[in-house]
Write a protein that binds this ligand. Structure first.
Ligand code: G6P
Ligand code: ZN
Length: 612
């Protein structure tokens, strides 16, 4: 057995190591500065406390982005020096974020051991490569991200750190070959186990979904399918699950070879960045000649996010979680006994609220960040949850889960088409969504992102929005709009006295009638019902009389400058009005939001970087 020694190295605090919404994310050139990664890892070990680290079984893997392989070797050497008993590594250092969560919760090591936590090496949907992003986050023994109590401690430790421990003479481990290598250190044996990245996750999925039923759908010539991993780690699971287990054609996989730089792309599954899939699904201007597939989906770099598409049809993430919740009990065996409750993040549309109300389910609205769902799930209060930011998941693990969401949709489609595969008309994604809107009403929804704006300007814009919350009459003046009066006159078909009155009112007051009145405004604050902890300043809300909402937040996942997110939502119950184009339906509200926030004045931007 190869022996190693422990060295204590002197170091000094490095600024700016505060973990964001989901771990520490910085440019690779920052992470590779002397001691940068080392300081963060030692600060994490110190925050967990020596007793918890000694003898621990740690998972270390990620989405395979540039610098992961080096980082895995460094963390393994530091783990050995800090008395960790075992390090588990997915083959080639690959494990999706949901698979890490599954491994922590489900995997039993070759010696009967169970994992106590994980370092996940990912910057999620941010691009990768030598001049792009790297990231690291710690997950706890429940499989979920470290709570704020721990991440705050980590940050405090990074500000005072003086030394770290490392086994410099521990040889690099070969992470390409499955197997266990044992070493001997001052505190005894240390094992590194490299294991197949997909098996534990695949096993878990098979215990949740009816694979036989989905297989019938996917192998039917009537149903066409396309999955885009955007060269992220989802590719390592897609072939195993969709092709080998479920019988999809190999040609239905796009960009499913994981790459260190995601092929130079931006691995974020939305209409802007998943260009190839969007074109294949018939949703872009450069439509391909072929008939688009019936179903399309994409994942982000670490495979926790998902985008669901039908033929020439986009499903908003807010609708997606509501539809999964509404259909789960009848379509997914894991939920057949009923749902414990459902939850969404605050900026996510209220489509899920309506389902919860109708089905009489417990409902929770939490701040942005998956960790808030974890507490509810650990307490048995929530089965299904989702976020507008393309995250959907359930209490099978403690992370959102991109492939799970695809399997959930395939289950719903398979269930609804049980009788239709041999004859009869296929129930499509679009049919399911439209029927949902007809039953529950439609929440028109869009998000405007202003990426990489000046951090100072973004702060000022937010401060101004908070200040204006104390003078709602002034806010309501933003609805003054003479162009609107003109527009209304031009388009009005006078069919009732009521409409005439409304128009006159509009002309007299100069107030647009297509946007209702702001009746309330606040900053979202959350009291965790399980541990009583309070999270303040979780987004600025303007709430309108008709249930419409404007929400403003600063992103917590960027690595440079600031990203302002503007969320716009309007509820429509009238079945005759649920079929409009969402950008068109929301245009008046968008106009008010931009005026209210003085977006261009503060940021100098006349248009958002991304619209989803
Ligand atoms: C990560 C978290 C999500 C969260 C998202 C928000 O993906 O896992 O739970 O919704 O970040 O990102 P933002 O950039 O809006 O802070
Ligand atoms: Zn992600």
């Amino acid at each position: 057995m190869v022996m190693f020694n422990v060295t204590r190295k002197e170091t000094a605090p490095i600024d700016g190591q505060k973990p964001g919404t989901s771990g520490l994310r910085k440019k690779v050139k920052v992470f590779t500065r002397p001691n940068y990664l080392h300081n963060f890892v030692q600060s994490t070990f110190n925050a967990l406390s020596a007793e918890k680290v000694r003898g621990a079984t740690l998972v270390v893997s990620g989405d395979g982005r540039y610098y992961s392989k080096d980082a895995i070797q460094i963390i393994t050497k530091m783990a050995a020096a800090n008395g960790v008993r075992r390090v588990w590594i997915g083959q080639n250092g690959l494990l999706s974020t949901p698979a890490v969560s599954a491994v922590i919760r489900e995997r039993v090591g070759s010696d009967g051991s169970k994992a106590t936590g994980a370092f996940i090496l990912t910057a999620s949907h941010n691009p990768g490569g030598p001049s792009e992003d790297f990231g690291i986050k710690y997950n706890m023994d429940n499989g979920g991200p470290a709570p704020e109590g721990i991440t705050d401690k980590i940050y405090e430790n990074t500000k005072t750190i003086k030394e770290y421990s490392i086994a410099e003479d521990l040889p690099d481990v070969d992470i390409s070959a499955v197997g266990v290598t044992s070493f001997g250190g001052p505190e005894g044996q240390f094992d590194v186990e490299v294991f197949d990245s997909a098996s534990d996750y695949v096993k878990l999925m098979k215990s949740i979904f009816d694979f036989e039923l989905i297989r019938k759908l996917l192998s039917s010539p009537k149903f066409t399918f396309c999955y885009d991993a955007l060269h992220g780690v989802a590719g390592a699971y897609a072939k195993r699950i969709f092709v080998e287990e479920l019988g999809a054609q190999e040609s239905s996989l796009l960009n499913c070879t994981p790459k260190e730089d995601f092929g130079g792309g931006h691995p974020d599954p939305n209409l802007t960045y998943a260009k190839e899939l969007v074109a294949r699904m018939g949703l872009s201007k450069s439509n391909t000649q072929d008939e688009p597939p019936e179903f399309g989906a994409a994942a982000d770099g670490d495979a926790d996010r998902n985008m669901i598409l039908g033929k020439r049809f986009f499903v908003t993430p807010s609708d997606s979680v509501a539809i999964i919740a509404a259909n789960a009990v009848e379509s997914i065996p894991y939920f057949s006994a009923g749902l414990k409750g459902v939850a969404r993040s605050m900026p996510t549309s209220a489509a899920l609220d309506v389902v919860a109300k109708n089905l009489n389910l417990k409902f929770f609205e939490v701040p942005t960040g998956w960790k808030f769902f974890g507490n509810l799930m650990d307490a048995g209060l929530c089965s299904i949850c989702g976020e507008e930011s393309f995250g959907t998941g359930s209490d099978h693990i403690r992370e959102k889960d991109g492939i799970w969401a695809v399997l959930a949709w395939l289950s719903i489609l398979a269930h609804k088409n049980k009788e239709n595969l041999d004859g009869g008309k296929l129930v499509t994604v679009e049919d399911i969504v439209r029927k949902h809107w007809a039953t529950y009403g439609r929440h028109y929804y869009t998000r405007y992102d202003y990426e990489n704006v000046d951090a100072g300007a973004a702060k000022e814009l937010m401060a101004n929005l908070v200040k204006m919350q104390s003078s709602l009459p002034e806010v309501n003046e933003c609805r003054l709009n003479f162009a609107c009066v003109y527009f209304k006159c031009k388009n009005l078909y006078i069919t009732s006295a009521w409409k005439v009155l409304k128009l006159l009112n509009c002309i007299v007051k100069g107030i647009r009638s297509d946007v209702s009145k702001v009746v309330n405004a606040d900053e979202f604050e959350y009291k965790d019902p399980v541990d009583g902890s309070i999270s303040k300043h979780q987004g600025i809300r303007y709430l309108f009389e008709d249930g419409s909402r404007l929400v403003f937040r600063l992103s917590g996942t960027g690595s440079e400058g600031a990203t302002i997110r503007l969320y716009i939502e309007q509820y429509e119950k009238d079945p005759s009005k649920i079929g409009r184009d969402s950008q068109e339906a929301l245009a008046p509200l968008v106009e008010v939001a931009l005026k209210l926030s003085k977006m261009e004045q503060f940021t100098g931007r006349s248009a958002p970087t991304v619209i989803t």
